[in-house]
Design a protein around this ligand. Structure first.
Ligand code: BGC
Length: 748
C-alpha cells in the first residue's frame, strides 16, 4: 500500500518535471534564460541589476564591464562608444552578456517631432507610431537600444511641467497613443536591427502630483487608480512593452519604486507582466528621503521585494548580497529579477547582434523622408482654437507682420527632453514665412524671449504691424519652462508678451496669435484680443514649414485638444470626465461675481457647484479644435436601444463636409453610465477616428460598443453594471446630442 503511494508520487513528480521541461522546450528564450542564469555567480547576477550613468570613455569602464558589474548604461549616445562597451562586455567578461543602452528618446532623436502633448493633439495612432519608428531608427544608429518612453502618465494639471510629455488627461486616448508609440519603437519584433525597446513610465500615479508640483505626493483611491491611471499601463503590458519604469512619487503614502501593491500585486500577479522594471533615477534611494525607509539597505529590500529588477543611478542594490546573507531575501528572488533582465536581452536579439552598423546613421538620420514626416505630424498637431471672420488662412499675397519671441527660436521650438536634437536643424517660422512671402514679410522680434521684460523692441514691432495687412504674433514658453521639475504655479504667458499683444491690438490690424508652449496656458484674455488662435505646442524641428502649411491654407488644421484648457490656474483640476456632483450648475444660469447684489442673502448663489469668477465651463473643452471647413454631424443611429451582456451594438453617424475646403475631422465617441455602484463620470471617451472629407463629401462613421467597454472598477472589483447609458458621437467632449441605450443582463 505504502509502496503504491510512493510509486504514484514519484510518477506524478516525473510527469510534472516532464511537463515543465516540455514547457521550456517550447520556449527557447526561457531555456536560454535559465541556462545562462545557472552559470552566473551571485555577483554577476547583481551586476545585471545595475544601471550606471555613462560618462568618459569606454576604457573608463573596462574593469567593471570585465567583471560583469554593469547590466546597462544610460546616457551613452554614440555608436563608436556603444559598440566598444558592448565589445568589452561580450568578449572580455566571463559570460559575455550584452548591455542595455538606454536614453530618453522622447519625441524624436535628431529629427524632433512635436512634444508628446502636441503629438497627442493629432489623435492619430498612425502618426504616433510612424514618428516613434523614425525616432527608434535614428537612436539605434547612435548605438542606443532602449528608450525611456512612452510616458503614459495621465494628468489633469497644466501646472505640472511634465504635462508636456504626456498624452493629456484621458486614459483611453493615452492608452491608444501609448500602444502606438510602443509599436513604433519596438515594431513587431524587438530584435529588428532598426528598433529599440520601449519603457512605459512612470508607474504609477505620477501625473497626480499635488498642486502640479513635480515629484510631489499623490493620493489616489483604488477605483480612480484603476479606472484612470493604471489603464494605459495595462494596455502597454498587453501590447508587449518590454520594460516599465517605476516612478518618483509616493502613492497613498508608499513610494512607487517600493510599492508592493502596484508592482507585485497588480503588475506581476494580476497582469502577469514578465518584462523588466527599472527604477526611475535614484528613486529606490529616495525612499529614504521620502521617510519610508531608514537606510539604503531597507530601500533595496523594499524595491527588490516589490519586483523592481534594475536600479537606475543609485547603488542601493549593492546591499542585496548582505540582505541574502541576513536571510531577509532569497537568491531565488534575485534569480527572478535577473531572469526578467536577461529575458528582454534575449528577446531583443542582443546576444547574437549586440553591435550597430557604424554607417547606419548616414542612411537613416535626418533624411528628407524623416523631416517630411515631422512636418506632417507637426501640422496635424496644431489646434485651431479661434478663427473669427475667417481670418485664417492668409493669402500669400498679403503683407504680414511676423512678430514675437517664438518666431526665430530654433532651440525653444523643439521643446523639452531634447538631448540629441540640434537647433541647427530647426526650420524656424521666420525662415518658413520668408520663403512663402518674400518681400511681403515685415519681421520684428518685439521681445527677445518669452520671459523678456524689456519694451525696447515694441516700437519696431508696432511699426511692422502698422505697415502690414495682418499680424502673426508668435508667443509662448521657452523649452526650459516645461518638462521635468519645471512646474509653474501661474500658467499665463510669461514676460511682457500679453502687454505687447494689447499694444498690437490697438493698431486695429487683424491678429493671428500662435502659441508655442509646453502646456495649455490660461490665455483667455489674449484669445479675446486675437482674431484667430492656433495652438502649436512645441512643434519640433519642422515648426516653421508646418505652420506655414496651415497659415497659408495648403492644409486645414485638424488637431483637437487632448487636455482641457482652463481659464486660469484656479480652475485646476478641470477635466471632462468629472463627476456630476449633487448640485450641478446649468451654464446658462450662472451667477457671476458681479451679478451678486450687495448685502445679498446666501441663497442668491443658488447653491450649485461653481466658481463665481470662472463659471462652470473651461476655456476650451477636451476634444475641441476647429478646421477651415465645417462638418455637419447627422443624428446618431443605434442598431438597438438595448445592449445584451453577451452582445454588442453599433452607433453610426454621417459626417458631411459642408464647407469649401478638403479637411480631416477627428470624430469622437462618448458614453455616460447614468447610475453606478460608484458615481460615474459625466462622459467617457470610448472611441475616435480621423476621417478625410472633400468639400460636399459625406462619410458614415460606425462605432461598436460591447459590454466590456462599459466596465469600471468600483473600489472592490471590476464590474459591468446593467442600466441606462447615454451616448454621443461628437466633435468634442461638450457638443452633440445624446442617444440612449440600456445594458441588460438577460441573454437573447
Ligand atoms: C526622469 C525619467 C527619465 C530618467 C532618465 C528621470 O529624472 O523622471 O523620465 O527617463 O530621468 O533620464
Amino acid at each position: 500500500m505504502k509502496l503504491t503511494i510512493q510509486l504514484s508520487l514519484i510518477f506524478f513528480l516525473l510527469m510534472l518535471v516532464n511537463a515543465c521541461v516540455q514547457q521550456e522546450e517550447k520556449d527557447p528564450v526561457e531555456q536560454q534564460v535559465s541556462s545562462l542564469l545557472a552559470q552566473m555567480t551571485l555577483d554577476e547576477k547583481l551586476g545585471q541589476m545595475m544601471q550606471v550613468n555613462y560618462y568618459g570613455k569606454p576604457e573608463d569602464w573596462n574593469e567593471q564591464l570585465k567583471n560583469g558589474q554593469i547590466g546597462s548604461f544610460l546616457n551613452l549616445s554614440g555608436v563608436i562608444d556603444a559598440n566598444e562597451v558592448q565589445r568589452i562586455a561580450m568578449e572580455e567578461s566571463r559570460l559575455g552578456i550584452p548591455l542595455l543602452i538606454g536614453r530618453d528618446v522622447i519625441h524624436g532623436f535628431k529629427t524632433i517631432f512635436p512634444i508628446p502633448l502636441g503629438m497627442a493633439s493629432s489623435w492619430s495612432t498612425e502618426m504616433a507610431e510612424g514618428a516613434m519608428e523614425i525616432a527608434a531608427k535614428e537612436a539605434k544608429a547612435a548605438g542606443i537600444n532602449w528608450t525611456f518612453a512612452p510616458m503614459i502618465d495621465v494628468t489633469w494639471d497644466p501646472r505640472w511641467g511634465r504635462v508636456a510629455e504626456t498624452c493629456g488627461e484621458d486614459p483611453y486616448l493615452t492608452s491608444q497613443l501609448g500602444v502606438a508609440m510602443i509599436r513604433g519603437y519596438q515594431g513587431n519584433n524587438p530584435s529588428d536591427s532598426l528598433r529599440i525597446a520601449a519603457c512605459a513610465k512612470h508607474y504609477v500615479g505620477y501625473g497626480m502630483s499635488e498642486a502640479g508640483r513635480d515629484y510631489n505626493t499623490t493620493y489616489i483611491p483604488e477605483a480612480l487608480l484603476r479606472n484612470v491611471h493604471l489603464r494605459p499601463f495595462k494596455a502597454a503590458a498587453d501590447a508587449g512593452c518590454l520594460t516599465f519604469m517605476s516612478a518618483f512619487n509616493d502613492l497613498n503614502g508608499v513610494p512607487t519604486s517600493g510599492n508592493y501593491f502596484t508592482l507585485k500585486t497588480i503588475l506581476r500577479d494580476e497582469w502577469k507582466y514578465d518584462g523588466m522594471v527599472v527604477s526611475d533615477w535614484a528613486s529606490i534611494q529616495q525612499q529614504v528621503v521620502h521617510g519610508y525607509c531608514e537606510t539604503d539597505k531597507d530601500a533595496a529590500e523594499k524595491s527588490v521585494l516589490a519586483t523592481v529588477d534594475m536600479e537606475m543611478a543609485s547603488r542601493c542594490y549593492d546591499h542585496l548580497k548582505q540582505l541574502i546573507e541576513e536571510g531577509k531575501i532569497t537568491e531565488e528572488l534575485i534569480n527572478e529579477r535577473v531572469a526578467n533582465i536577461l529575458r528582454i536581452k534575449f528577446k531583443m536579439g542582443l546576444f547574437e547582434n549586440p553591435y550597430v552598423d557604424e554607417t547606419l546613421a548616414e542612411r537613416v538620420t535626418l533624411t528628407d523622408e524623416n523631416l517630411d514626416y515631422a512636418r506632417k505630424v507637426a501640422r496635424n498637431s496644431m489646434v485651431l482654437l479661434k478663427n473669427e471672420a475667417q481670418t485664417l488662412p492668409l493669402k500669400k499675397t498679403q503683407k504680414v507682420a511676423l512678430i514675437g519671441p517664438m518666431t526665430n527660436a530654433p532651440h525653444d521650438q523643439m521643446g523639452t527632453w531634447v538631448f540629441d536634437g540640434d537647433e541647427k536643424n530647426s526650420i524656424t517660422p521666420l525662415t518658413a514665412f520668408q520663403e512663402v512671402l518674400g518681400s511681403n514679410l515685415n519681421y520684428a522680434l518685439g521681445l527677445e524671449y518669452s520671459r523678456d521684460k524689456s519694451r525696447a523692441g515694441f516700437t519696431q514691432a508696432l511699426a511692422a504691424a502698422r505697415k502690414s495687412d495682418v499680424v502673426v504674433y508668435l508667443v509662448g514658453e521657452e523649452a526650459g519652462l516645461s518638462g521635468e521639475a519645471n512646474s509653474r504655479g501661474i500658467i499665463d504667458l510669461p514676460g511682457l508678451q500679453s502687454e505687447l499683444l494689447s499694444e498690437l491690438s490697438k493698431t486695429g490690424k487683424p491678429i493671428v496669435l500662435v502659441v508655442l508652449a509646453g502646456r495649455p496656458l490660461g490665455i483667455g484674455a489674449e484669445i479675446d484680443l486675437s482674431d484667430a488662435v492656433l495652438y502649436a505646442w512645441h512643434p519640433g524641428t519642422m515648426a516653421g514649414p508646418a505652420l506655414t502649411d496651415l497659415i497659408f491654407g495648403d492644409y486645414s488644421p485638424s488637431a483637437k485638444l487632448p487636455i482641457t484648457m482652463v481659464k486660469g490656474a484656479g480652475q485646476i483640476p478641470f477635466y471632462y470626465y468629472r463627476k456630476n456632483t449633487g448640485k450641478p450648475t446649468d451654464p446658462e444660469r450662472m451667477t457671476y461675481i458681479d451679478d451678486i447684489p450687495r448685502n445679498s442673502k446666501q441663497l442668491s448663489l443658488g447653491f450649485t457647484s461653481l466658481h463665481i469668477d470662472y463659471g462652470v465651463t473651461p476655456l476650451y473643452p477636451f476634444g475641441y479644435g476647429l478646421s477651415y471647413t465645417t462638418f455637419d454631424y447627422s443624428e446618431v443611429s443605434l442598431s438597438s436601444s438595448e445592449l445584451m451582456m453577451k452582445g454588442d451594438l453599433t452607433a453610426s453617424c454621417t459626417i458631411t463636409n459642408i464647407g469649401s475646403v478638403a479637411a480631416e475631422e477627428i470624430v469622437q465617441l462618448y458614453v455616460r453610465d447614468l447610475v453606478g455602484s460608484l458615481t460615474r463620470p459625466i462622459k467617457e471617451l470610448k472611441g475616435f477616428t480621423r476621417i478625410a472629407l472633400q468639400p460636399g463629401e459625406s462619410k458614415e462613421v460606425t462605432f461598436t460598443i460591447q459590454p466590456s467597454d462599459l466596465e469600471f472598477h468600483n473600489g472592490e472589483a471590476y464590474v459591468i453594471e446593467p442600466g441606462k447609458f447615454r451616448l454621443w458621437i461628437a466633435k468634442d467632449s461638450e457638443s452633440g446630442i445624446a442617444s440612449e441605450f440600456t445594458l441588460l443582463n438577460e441573454q437573447k
